[in-house]
Design a protein around this ligand. Structure first.
Ligand SMILES: [Zn+2]
Length: 272
């Protein structure tokens, strides 16, 4: 049975606070867990407020979205990757700092932006990522030629690059900020699935949910292990200060019998 893996990339220093507060409230209402992948340099500025919002709640899982949101490898759209040695900051120092603030050191990381092939073919970089204590990463977030949306790809390990203990959990679908028209990114034409390309940017929570729903349905129909969409507190909040997209989405996932899991729980179940 497909599970709904909820995650939010927390990266906006101003809107992360009202956005996260609303999202946590919605997840509590539906009793569904969520992972917040947090940018450490944002936690530096808003850590105390975020701690108060997340509380000591088993529904809320805090992991890393790197230190400064820099490119972990070369990106066709966003430019060159940082030097390998900088990964000790972007991955390692980020986990150290987030662990210090929230009390549990992350074992998972969502990269900034994401890549068509995740970290495949980058053994030197994976070596640092593994040495920094990352047991799972979520870096395959894009379609062909780094386009958005991203196709469904099952979780895999980096065994082919020499790291069988490091897992990858790709996301599927749109990056919600792009779906909302907050920033231009290349998309694939024709769409990777019949439902992949909506007529235009979504303008309210109902449309936002309706555009994401086919991805959830497709995962269910195809018997995928999980559906993990790419959401940001800042863009959900900008579209609708109630973050109504997620209220609709969690209610829908439950209504079709999907269990909700955090990414960390998804990782634990997948590795067995
Ligand atoms: Zn991000």
């Amino acid at each position: 049975m497909t599970v709904y893996a909820a995650s939010y990339d927390l990266e906006n220093v101003d809107l992360c606070i009202p956005g996260a507060a609303k999202l946590v409230e919605i997840h509590r209402k539906h009793e569904m867990p969520a992972t917040f992948f947090c940018v450490a340099s944002v936690v530096e500025k808003r850590g105390e407020e975020l701690k108060a919002i997340f509380g000591d709640d088993p529904l809320i899982d805090v992991q890393s979205h790197t230190y400064y949101h820099r490119m972990l490898r070369d990106h066709l759209v966003h430019g060159p990757g940082i030097p390998v040695e900088e990964l000790w900051v972007e991955v390692g120092k980020a986990a150290d700092y987030i662990g210090e603030v929230f009390g549990t050191r992350p074992i998972g990381m969502r990269s900034g932006c994401g890549f068509e092939h995740g970290m495949k073919g980058e053994p030197e970089r994976l070596k640092v990522i593994a040495a920094c204590g990352m047991e799972y990463i979520s870096t395959q977030l894009r379609g062909p030629y780094e386009t958005i949306p991203s196709p469904f790809v099952d979780a895999y390990t980096y065994e082919a690059d020499g790291f069988p203990e490091v897992w990858e959990f790709p996301t599927a679908g749109w990056h919600d900020n792009v779906l909302k028209g907050y920033g231009a990114h290349p998309t694939m034409f024709p769409g990777i699935y019949p439902f992949a390309l909506p007529a235009g940017p979504v303008t309210n929570a109902r449309e936002d949910f309706e555009a994401a729903k086919p991805w959830v349905d497709y995962a269910m129909e195809q018997g995928k292990a999980y559906v993990g969409l790419c959401y940001h507190p800042w863009s959900l909040y900008t579209l609708d200060p109630e973050c109504g997209t997620i209220d609709l989405m969690l209610a829908y996932a439950k209504s079709i019998g999907m269990e909700g899991v955090s990414y960390t729980e998804l990782y634990r179940r997948t590795k067995g």
